[in-house]
Design a protein. Structure first.
Length: 594
């Protein structure tokens, strides 16, 4: 990493205006005490990001700042600098103008010797840029070329062998074996494709490889059946599982580095009729928690959640099916609340996201460490904030309520279809109605929808039949319903939801909708979608709703009252995000239809 002198770093950040002299003084004292450069102390304590510091240094040196997209760099341009030299000097050639001007980004363009050496290699007609270490490393990954092509080459080597099930020897699962290369390439290709899970599934005549990308499973390859034993054994070695145990499920974990980022892989094996199936969940450990706005919270939902977080005690519940983003929401909330003056303790199954400064405990049913026993132990640890991975039974629910009553802020998840259903669910678990009314501060219902690729999405004017069908589906067929949607659309525009996307409604009708491009583009891997966003409904705890809970009202009564008070339902939230060009109507209906 480029190291900037302490006096220049101090000058840069103070002139930047976002950091006070008090913070700088504290950081300088830490730097002296730990014998670290001031730059390193500021970055490690999250006082400033590497991006912001690099931009300030760019201004100071007069060299332009480059934010490179690895997907935009032509392979023939990149490889004009040999891989060995590019990695040695952290340099990327990313563009060549028609007049022959070479655009060269470096982490440390002040390294005159490095610049001279590279110019001897590629020519002196260069324009220098400065880029962050992480950005350069991500681009260096492009030297690997087409991972899919390399994977096919490695598979072909194994395909040439006899098709029968092979006996696994030590050499088959060694570090440099074709099987080890296959796994490395599968992982790298999955990470580059932004997959969340890898499924390795034995079939009668082949091994099926599928990735879950943006919540949808997609077959990416078929391996010869004879490599299954070596493939599973190699994964078991990496995740520290028993190689010779094939009759019972096993769970493990291992870490890898790809393009300068660390990823944790949660491994699960399961014996099925055709052999052993393996699923690997990919967790990006270098990911910073995103804000609630970035997750897709806005308007009244955002205000209700934010208000609940400022309460000294009570329960905040997040509900939705598996894979609806509940853990991500809780991770972001806990990161927001994670300050040195509060003690946050969690009990999870499993610990997915590691948060520095938070005491995270993993359940272990075999050892007697359940959510209930873990929560009981946590309460003796003097926490301010508690997160329970899931409320599954009456005992855990009762302990969570008691914790909220005794001055703790408790977060947890429930598996219910929407926010209003959660309250009767707690009643079913044997919690007294008056206790639910006095402790539950907010209930968040959520789903994840695929996000349209902002680069290639297409706008279109819906026909009158489509508009009428929309009104019927979303229950807004009245003039009042359409007016409410128009007001929400205007509010979303004011809050920059969907960026600069133009308005899609008038007081009387819907004028435009969005759809994915049929052919997609390079940015979205030709799918038309890129990433996912949440759609939410947030049920607050008004006096009227508390009265309904105390009288053991049904979930539909609670839902009706919440909507009357201004709650936006998940479907309506999805409709607004579709109008703002963030997703499609079809996506919203796919995840909210009951």
């Amino acid at each position: 990493m480029r190291t900037i002198a302490d006096n220049i770093v101090e000058k840069l950040v103070l002139e930047g205006g976002t950091i006070t002299s008090d913070i700088i003084q504290t950081s300088k004292e830490t730097a002296t005490r730990t014998k670290k450069p001031l730059q390193q102390v500021l970055l490690e304590s999250d006082v400033i990001t590497d991006n912001d510091l690099t931009k300030l240094f760019s201004k100071y040196t007069g060299l332009p700042y480059a934010d490179l997209n690895p997907g935009d760099i032509p392979y023939d341009v990149l490889t004009k600098i040999p891989e060995r030299i590019a990695k040695q000097y952290n340099a990327i050639l990313f563009k060549i103008d028609p007049d022959g001007l070479l655009h060269l980004a470096m982490e440390d363009p002040d390294d005159v010797q490095a610049v001279d050496f590279i110019e001897k290699e590629i020519g002196e007609n260069t324009k220098l840029y400065i880029a962050t270490h992480a950005n350069i490393v991500a681009c260096l990954g492009n030297y690997r070329g087409d991972v899919h092509e390399k994977l096919n080459d490695v598979i072909d080597i194994q395909r040439e062998e006899d098709g029968s099930e092979q006996v696994v020897s030590d050499s088959d699962i060694a570090e440099d074996s074709p099987v080890a290369q296959t796994i490395n390439l599968l992982l790298e290709y999955a990470i580059r494709s932004n997959a969340s899970d890898i499924h390795i599934e034995p079939r009668e005549g082949f091994v099926q490889i599928r990735y879950r990308i943006d919540g949808v499973l997609k077959e990416v390859n078929r391996l010869p059946r004879n490599v299954l034993g070596a493939l599973v054994s190699r994964i078991k070695i990496l995740s520290n599982l028993k190689i010779d145990e094939r009759r019972v499920p096993q769970d493990g974990r291992f870490k890898i580095n790809v393009a300068g980022k660390q990823y944790a892989l949660r491994v699960s094996t399961l014996p099925i009729a055709d052999g052993e199936k393996v699923v690997m969940r990919i967790l990006d450990e270098s990911n910073q928690a995103v804000t609630l706005d970035d997750l897709g919270y806005w308007g009244r939902a955002l205000k209700t959640v934010t208000d609940a977080l400022t309460e000294p005690n009570g329960i905040v519940l997040v509900t939705g099916p598996t894979g609806s983003g509940k853990s991500t929401s809780l991770f972001s909330i806990l990161t927001m609340l994670n300050t040195p003056n509060v003690n946050i303790s969690t009990i999870e199954d499993p610990v997915e996201y590691k948060i520095t400064g938070v005491n995270q405990t993993q359940t272990n049913v075999k050892a007697g460490m359940t959510f209930a026993s873990g929560l009981r132990a946590l309460l003796r640890q003097d926490p301010n904030i508690i997160m329970v991975g899931e409320i599954r039974d009456g005992e855990t629910a009762n302990l969570a309520v008691q914790a909220a009553l005794t001055g703790h802020l408790v977060f947890s998840t429930l598996h219910t279809n929407n926010a209003a259903t959660s309250l009767p669910r707690l009643l079913d678990m044997g919690i007294e109605p008056f206790l639910i009314a006095s402790t539950v501060r907010a209930v968040i219902g959520q789903r994840l929808v695929r996000k349209l690729c902002m680069n290639c999405r297409q706008s279109y004017a819906p026909s009158q039949e489509e508009v009428q069908a929309l009104y019927k589906t979303f229950g807004i067929a009245t003039a009042e319903g359409i007016s409410i949607v128009h007001k929400l659309d205007q509010e979303a525009i004011a809050q920059k939801l969907g960026g600069d996307t133009p308005a899609a409604t008038t007081d009387t009708t819907i004028t435009s909708l969005w759809r994915p491009s049929p052919d997609g583009c390079d940015e979205c891997n030709h799918t038309g979608f890129r990433g996912r966003i949440g759609i939410y409904e947030v049920l607050g705890s008004s006096q009227a709703i508390q009265k309904l809970i105390v009288t053991s009202a049904t979930s539909s009564d609670i839902q009706t009252q919440a909507i009357a008070e201004g709650m936006t339902t998940m479907q309506t939230d999805g409709l607004i995000k579709a109008l703002r060009g963030q997703t499609t109507i079809e996506e919203v209906l796919r995840v909210t239809r009951e």
